[in-house]
Write a protein that binds this ligand. Sequence first.
Ligand code: AMP
Length: 388
Amino acid sequence: MDEVFLTLNAGSSSIKFSVFLNQEKLIEKIQGQVENIGPTARLIYKHIGEEKNIIEIGAANHKTALQEIFSRGISSLGGDNITGIGHRIAHGGIDFTKPVKLSKPIIEKLRLLESLAPLHQPHNLKGIEAAQEAFPDAFQIGCFDTAFHRNHDWVNDTFALPRRFYEKGIRRYGFHGLSYDFITSELAKTEPALAKSRVIIAHLGNGASMCGVKEGRSIASTMGFSPLDGLPMGTRCGQLDPGVLLYLMENENMMASEISDLLYKKSGLLGLSGMTNDMRALTSTDKPEAKQALSYYATRTRREIGAMAALLQGVDGLIFCGGIGENSAPMRKMIVNGLEFLGLELDETANLKNNREIGKGKTRILAIKTDEERIIARALREFYSPNS
Ligand code: AMP
């Protein structure tokens, strides 16, 4: 019988899942998610190559959402067949530099990291608990979004704070590592010359970051200690003068929880536009606030491309991925506009068609669909059949 792998990515308001069969190759069979966890939750899933199913489930919390995934989303496989479950985990701290088998002591260590990613880690761990309860015999592993960045040189790993804070773990961890891992593995397969050179990968989704990669290795990330830093995002602020935080505390009497809510959920494209964080909606309206929000997004992203190019001492390729990077031709155009000095020039027709190759300058520009779930499934396969 085939081994069946389930990947779970439990976020604050959604749980994404995929099912793979571990055959000669990894074959993806089902993809889906529960979104809007709460009273209006919906289970959306499809068997690959078939129509989507959408079911209103009104799941109240993560546990019931997972139960719906197990009982309906993947029921056609028969729950008993799930042999391995891989969890996406936001934070691996200093110690977790590769996927790990999830045992009780490991989970306790991961719990200690909750304060480092308060809006992600607790949900990731809830997903693990529910999956262990539902599939006590399945082999379960954790894959970390920070792991891809753990070999940064010290200068790109530290803040200019007294050294004791670095020793305590206040470092630039970087995130979106599973996505960067997938993109670099795609480049190694399909673009070997580019894979051995200097590339900037821009993961632009609701969360957004950029990674400088030299010869397949991450040298720097725009995200830092938390998934708030760097590029502006759907609802997160990106880079912010820490003086603003002091001001909000001292003059606006804001508590940490209120500031957290402001920076994670009410800022970025949503805060700047006052309308929405949906890139499709923002690029199809003429409202001046939307235009300003887009301009800020593009300008900060372009600025970080320049910074990454400086760290890499040049750039041979720019790769876009994530919901915006893969699909938003207007935003890609705004970002690349003015970067001809780095050899970055868009082929307008290819860009509009959402082609894979969208550049026409000296420096390659590609849009590649990322697949974090496949990276988790590959890690499970490594545990099962390390030499395959
Ligand atoms: P993600 O978090 O990777 O799912 O990305 C979510 C973001 O991608 C949202 O801002 C969406 O508006 C944007 N997005 C998704 N599909 C498209 C599309 N076809 N065109 C433009 N933006 C898109």
